[in-house]
Write a new protein. Structure first.
Length: 307
């Protein structure tokens, strides 16, 4: 579903988090557009994922040090860096704290530090709307609902510092819920499809929480458009925007749309499970990325998953 999408106006890019769902789709789009694409992977990344990336991108392995990041940028020579690498844990345990901080905060600081000695001064970073989970809509005050969201907010503080003190120009794109082909995550839609295929009943929360659900192709459009804005000089300095769907819908409405779009039979036992701790019932609304809007209607996107 990626025909007639946003075309990159830059020549080269470095992508972190390329082994993930969004990062993999971003690399594929960039390569299909003829962009010289480098993927930055850690030495601990799976061999299978790295082998797949090597088919189309220049894979740069890093030990995660500041020196390693600097060497990566010197080798890749990107016009823009897309920073999508992150450690996601919905409900952390005490032993998760070091990894959340090192992967989300320290890595971001080291990547920004590496731009000091690089010709690349454009950074697009993936944030989360849950950095503002407890804030009134339109209020930019941070109020994370999980430690993960708190580390993403701390990563933004790192980027803020470097844009104030160096020549770095940066945009954080705060993402809501995403879906699309090839999604390996244990998200609601994937679990729903799996239980329906097995003829099982899905036990769920009351389903009254609202969410923005955006197709991965539209999210990738947002990242590329943001890259165009920075590399063209149309936006400079530090900015932060969201990538929302046209309207937030309840989880029940999402399930019904999936059933209608796919023609599948699904049995859901609403209310048999409690809401997760810190569940966001109404998503925070921030300023959308200027010049971007989602093109794929939810029902069309869900229907295409069955093709």
């Amino acid at each position: 579903m990626s025909d007639n999408r946003t075309a990159p106006r830059f020549s080269s890019a470095l992508v972190t988090g390329a082994t993930g769902f969004l990062g993999g789709h971003l690399c594929a789009r960039l390569v299909s557009c003829g962009i010289r694409t480098s993927s930055l992977v850690r030495t601990t990344s799976s061999d299978l994922a790295v082998t797949q990336l090597k088919k189309d991108t220049s894979v740069i392995s890093t030990d995660g040090s500041a020196k390693g990041m600097t060497e990566a940028l010197a080798h890749a020579k990107p016009d823009v860096v897309f920073h999508l690498a992150a450690k996601y844990i919905a409900q952390h345990r005490p032993e998760d704290i070091p990894t959340l901080i090192s992967d989300n905060v320290e890595m971001t600081a080291k990547l920004c530090e590496a731009t000091r000695n690089s010709d690349c001064k454009a950074l697009i970073s993936a944030g989360t709307a849950w950095q503002h989970a407890g804030s009134p809509s339109g209020d930019p005050t941070p109020s994370p609902n999980t430690l993960y969201a708190a580390t993403k907010q701390a990563a933004d503080e790192m980027i803020d510092y470097y844009t104030r003190t160096t020549g770095l120009h940066a945009i954080t794109l705060k993402i809501y819920d995403s879906y699309g082909p090839g999604d390996p995550r244990r998200k609601f839609l994937n679990v729903l499809a799996e239980t329906a295929a097995q003829g099982q009943t899905l036990k769920a929360s009351p389903g009254d929480q609202k969410l923005h659900t955006v197709h991965v192709d539209d999210i990738i459009d947002g990242f590329i458009h943001a890259g165009n804005l920075l590399t063209s000089g149309d936006l400079t300095g530090r900015s932060s925007f969201t990538l929302p769907s046209p309207a937030a819908i309840t989880l029940r409405e999402l399930a019904q749309t999936w059933i209608s779009a796919t023609g599948s039979n699904a049995t859901i036992e609403w209310g048999s499970m409690p809401h997760r701790p810190g569940e966001v019932m109404v998503p925070w609304e921030g300023a959308p990325l200027p010049g971007w809007s989602p093109r794929i209607a939810l029902e069309d996107g869900l229907r295409a998953l069955q093709l």
